[in-house]
Design a protein around this ligand. Structure first.
Ligand code: NAP
Length: 340
């Protein structure tokens, strides 16, 4: 079975460039979405413990293996993520086991540290209390940050995970400084880095650093999805222009979403669009080629660069931590703990 366009990771495994995202897919929608995506031909799924829908993802997978002729586990690249309340080294493997159990799988293709931030100990061993709050369960409380666990501690535990359960390991939402810290302390270079990336947040320096270290980039929120009610990038006139021009040139409809996904993959990166809408799942799977002129026009949207996913600003409950060094995070009272 074809794996589509794919890239070799530094771990020796191949990752398909196009994947299917599952954040904000409700449990009721996600099993159908996963099944439809696999039926459409997607070979890469992006999951996470914190999305709260992995048990339903498992149902979609089960149905797909039963009903899609010839589809086998090894045909699909499956990523999931260690949540912030699971960073203490002694529970990292238990957290992976819990994740595999939720998904009904024997192994993940890629296991990522979701954020370079440790939350306080959850109420159960694997950190089931995903958002421990200051002031108990007061809705206005902040999440309790645990400054006693560093990203190096957690990364060391990740490097000890059996390859039979996590074929490749990587990180997400890490900056160059965070990557430097974990690589210097362990000598183990993450296979992949998953980051917010779209024309409004090109992350050129981080991309260049990762290219030098042979760390694969996966882009999330490629349509500019955000929790701030800002319209998606598919509505921007510059992106629509490119789509219209390509539609005329090729004689078949090219959509703004396809333009953004093609842009995200320039340079061999992966991208993981999320949709629970059947027509969009198909639309996002269709690949198109961009000319240098198209790329320039897409990038013209980003004269002012803008990060949407800043947990200090966007998340409720709030995380009082400066992760990215973004202007908006300056008042935060916690920093990422590189080592303790
Ligand atoms: N590592 C991290 O911290 C992190 C953070 C964010 C996301 N992610 C991963 O990346 C994935 C994608 O990012 P995302 O979910 O933030 O957002 P996204 O893929 O940029 O956008 C999703 C939104 O776009 C809509 N959409 C999908 N296809 C469309 C199309 N063809 N035309 C118009 N609208 C379309 C979806 O609506 P419908 O679903 O209603 O169709 C949904 O509202 C996530 O699902 C998750 O797996 C990771």
């Amino acid at each position: 079975m074809s794996l589509g366009k794919r890239v070799l990771l530094n771990s020796g495994h191949w990752i398909p460039q196009l994947g299917y995202g599952t954040w904000q897919s409700s449990p009721g929608e996600v099993s159908v979405g996963v099944f439809q995506a696999l039926k459409a031909g997607y070979k890469h799924l992006d999951l996470a413990k914190v999305y709260g829908n992995q048990a339903e993802v498992a149902q979609g997978l089960k149905k797909a293996f039963k009903e899609i002729p010839g589809l086998k586990r090894e045909d699909i690249f499956i990523t999931s993520k260690l949540w912030n309340s699971q960073h203490r080294p002694e529970i990292v493997e238990a957290a992976l086991d819990d994740c595999l159990q939720e998904l009904g799988l024997d192994y993940l293709d890629l296991y990522l540290v979701h954020f370079p931030v440790s939350f306080a100990k959850g109420s159960r061993n694997v950190g089931e209390d995903l958002f421990p709050l200051t002031g108990g369960n007061q809705p206005d409380g902040d999440v309790v940050i645990d400054d006693g666990v560093s990203i190096v501690d957690t990364w060391k535990a990740m490097t000890k995970l059996p390859k039979s359960k996590a074929r490749s390991i990587g990180v997400s939402n890490f900056t160059i400084q965070h990557l430097e810290a974990i690589i210097k302390s362990t000598g183990v270079v993450p296979a992949a880095l998953q980051i917010e990336r779209h024309p409004l947040l090109r992350q050129d320096d981080l991309i260049a650093y990762c290219k030098d270290k042979n760390i694969h980039i996966t882009a999330y929120s490629a349509f500019g999805n955000n929790m701030l009610d800002i319209p998606l990038l598919v509505t921007r006139p510059e992106i629509k222009d490119v789509a219209e021009r390509l539609s005329k040139k090729t004689g078949s409809t090219v959509t703004p979403a396809q333009v953004l996904l093609a842009w995200a993959q320039v340079g061999g990166h992966s991208v993981i669009p999320k949709s629970v809408t059947p027509a969009r799942i198909l639309e996002n799977f269709k690949e198109i080629e961009l000319s240098p002129e198209d790329i320039t026009e897409v990038e013209s949207v980003g004269k002012v660069q803008r990060r949407y996913n800043v947990p200090y600003v966007a998340n409720k409950p709030r995380w009082d931590v400066n992760i990215f060094g973004d202007e908006a995070e300056k008042p935060a009272t916690h920093q990422v703990i590189l080592s303790v």
